[in-house]
Design a protein around this ligand. Structure first.
Ligand code: ADP
Ligand code: AMP
Length: 226
C-alpha cells in the first residue's frame, strides 16, 4: 500500500501521519522531517538546503526525489527481510508535478502503485493560526500546538522526552510564502489524482481523533492493497 497525505501546510498531515503509519504498518516518508534532520545533523545535504528551507522555498526536485528513492530502497530491503511492512505513507511529497511523475515511475519500476491519496481540507485562515502555534519534537518529529494540542509538560515531548521547539520556517513571512507555493505548485496535483480515481477528501477542521477516523475509513473504502 502506498498512501499519500495531501493538503496545505498546517492541514494536519504530520499529525495524522505520526498516528497512522504505525496503525497501518506503513513506513513514513516525510520529506520535511528528512530535510530538517539533515539540517540539524549538518550533513552536506543539510548545508546545501538550509537557506532555501528557512525562507520557506521548495527544495529542488532532484534532491527531493533522490531522498525518496533512498527511502523506497530501504523499504524494499525491509520487505525482502520479511519484516511485515505493508508499504509507505507519504507526508509532504509529492509537491510538484515532476515529483508526482517521478513517484509513479519509481513505483512502476518496483511493480507497485499509489493506492489512495487523501486530501485534508482546511481553509487558509485556519492554517495560519495553526502554523503560528505549532511546536515540533526535535528528536521524534511529534507535532504539537501550544493551544490545540500541547505537550503535558511545556517544551518536553510526551512520546520521547525530547525538546519541543518552534520550527525556523514557522515565521509569518515564511508561512505566507509556503501557503502561496502550495496553491501554485501542489494544489494542481489534486486534480491529477482525482482524475485517476485515487482521491478521497477528508474534513480537516474537526478534532484530531475524528480526522484520523475519517482517513482510516477512506483508506478502507478506496485502497487497493498493492
Ligand atoms: P502539516 O504537516 O500539514 O503542515 P501539522 O500536522 O504540522 O500540519 O499541523 C499543524 C499544526 O496544527 C500543529 O500545531 C498541530 O498540532 C495542529 N493541528 C493538526 N491537526 C489539528 C486539528 N484537527 N485541530 C487543531 N489543530 C490541529
Ligand atoms: P514540511 O515539513 O512538509 O512543511 O516541509 C518543510 C520544508 O521542507 C518545505 O517548506 C520545503 O522547504 C522542504 N520540503 C519538504 N518536502 C518537500 C518537497 N516534496 N519538495 C520540495 N521541498 C520540500
Amino acid at each position: 500500500m502506498h498512501l499519500i497525505l495531501m493538503g496545505p501546510q498546517g492541514s494536519g498531515k504530520g499529525t495524522q501521519a505520526g498516528r497512522l503509519a504505525p496503525r497501518l504498518g506503513l513506513v513514513l516518508v516525510a520529506t520535511g522531517d528528512l530535510f530538517r534532520r539533515a539540517i540539524a545533523a549538518e550533513t552536506a545535504l543539510g548545508h546545501q538546503i538550509k537557506a532555501a528551507y528557512d525562507r520557506g522555498e521548495l527544495i529542488s526536485d532532484d534532491l527531493t526525489v533522490a531522498l525518496v528513492e533512498e527511502k523506497l530502497d530501504e523499504l524494499s530491503a525491509e520487505r525482502a527481510l520479511g519484516t511485515g511492512v505493508a508499504g509507505a505513507l507519504y507526508d509532504g511529497f509529492p509537491r510538484t508535478r515532476l515529483q508526482a511523475d517521478a513517484l509513479d515511475a519509481a513505483l512502476t519500476r518496483r511493480e507497485e502503485a499509489i493506492s489512495t491519496v487523501i486530501q485534508i481540507d482546511v481553509p487558509r485562515q485556519t492554517l495560519v493560526n495553526r502554523l503560528a502555534g505549532r511546536r515540533v519534537c526535535t528528536i521524534c518529529d511529534t507535532v504539537y500546538h501550544i493551544e490545540f494540542n500541547p505537550p503535558r509538560e511545556e517544551g518536553v515531548c510526551d512520546r520521547c522526552g525530547g525538546e519541543v521547539r518552534q520550527r525556523p520556517d514557522d515565521t509569518p513571512a515564511a508561512i505566507e510564502k509556503r501557503l502561496d507555493l502550495y496553491e501554485l505548485e501542489t494544489a494542481p496535483l489534486l486534480a491529477h489524482y482525482r482524475d485517476r480515481g485515487l482521491m478521497a477528501v477528508v474534513n480537516g477542521v474537526q478534532a484530531i481523533d475524528l480526522v484520523t477516523r475519517d482517513i482510516e475509513r477512506a483508506v478502507k473504502g478506496t485502497a487497493t492493497t498493492r
